[in-house]
Design a protein around this ligand. Structure first.
Ligand SMILES: [Zn+2]
Length: 264
């Protein structure tokens, strides 16, 4: 499906959740500044480290941002836009749409589109918090001019959803730093895989997708991947991936644009 010379595509995506996964689940989280300090690592350290690595290695990435994060922390969003990266919608409150009514979901989408467009960038993509799309999501994206979704786990190649015509850039839990470094318990910090293990997992999946001529979408979070040892692993991962001939490493919007009309 790619043009001549391209065998597979890779998109690095960063979800700027900041405080929203905590505030969305526990309204009293402010009473636990220690727990919330992990959220603050994102804007304080994670984003600057990620931006400087991407600049050093010349990576064009996509940052999915909850509207509330962009309101509470404009500086990191400005830095992302100034560095030339794509920004895209990640809900407003970080509530998965399947838990919202259709009207609530639409209100969150419209509000965040307005906030993000206020940063002067086109906003063309959408990722649901926790990939938790609803039965209304695709129709709402088409209605509001959002061209692609990066939520479904049903393919290794981009495709176009029937009816809505929205492009899908498929994801999977394997290719998500949260699942590898955080999940596994109610305790936010219970799981600590080594970077070497995670790099091996991601390289194995990348090599297989490259063979199939597909798309590898990596989902990262600044407070997770932004630990110093993991940033080193990310740098090594990018370098190793680039050694594969025919790799196209670019933003989600650039990939979505290549999916032809009617490709389902
Ligand atoms: Zn998120």
């Amino acid at each position: 499906m790619w043009s001549e010379g391209i065998r597979s595509a890779v998109a690095f995506t960063v979800d700027l959740d900041f405080e929203t996964p905590w505030t969305g689940k526990d309204p009293n989280i402010a009473a636990r500044p220690g727990a919330l300090s992990l959220a603050h690592y994102g804007p304080r350290q994670g984003v600057p480290l990620i931006l400087s690595l991407f600049e050093e290695l010349g990576v064009d990435a996509t940052f999915f941002i909850p509207g509330k994060s962009a309101e509470d922390y404009p500086e990191p969003v400005e830095a992302v836009v100034a560095a030339g990266h794509e920004i895209a919608v990640h809900g407003y409150t970080h509530t998965p749409p399947y838990r919202l009514s259709r009207d609530e979901e639409e209100a969150e989408l419209v509000r965040t589109l307005e906030i993000l467009r206020g940063y002067g960038s086109p906003v063309l993509g959408y990722r649901a918090p926790e990939y938790g799309v609803s039965v209304h999501t695709l129709e709402l994206l088409a209605k509001h001019g959002v061209r692609y979704s990066s939520n479904f786990m049903d393919d290794v190649k981009p495709y176009r959803h029937r009816e809505s015509g929205v492009v899908e850039l498929p994801v999977h839990w394997i290719m998500d730093d949260w699942t590898q470094f955080v999940h596994g318990s109610d305790d936010w910090l219970a799981q600590n895989a080594t970077s070497a293990h995670v790099k091996q997992l991601w390289m194995e999946e990348f090599r297989a997708i490259h063979e199939l001529g597909g798309l590898f979408v990596l989902t990262l979070h600044p407070q997770v991947i932004g630990r110093p040892s993991r940033m080193q692993m990310l740098a090594d991962l990018i370098t190793e991936m680039r050694a594969h001939e025919g790799l196209w490493l670019t933003s989600c919007a650039a990939i979505a644009e290549r999916v032809p009309e009617g490709d389902q």
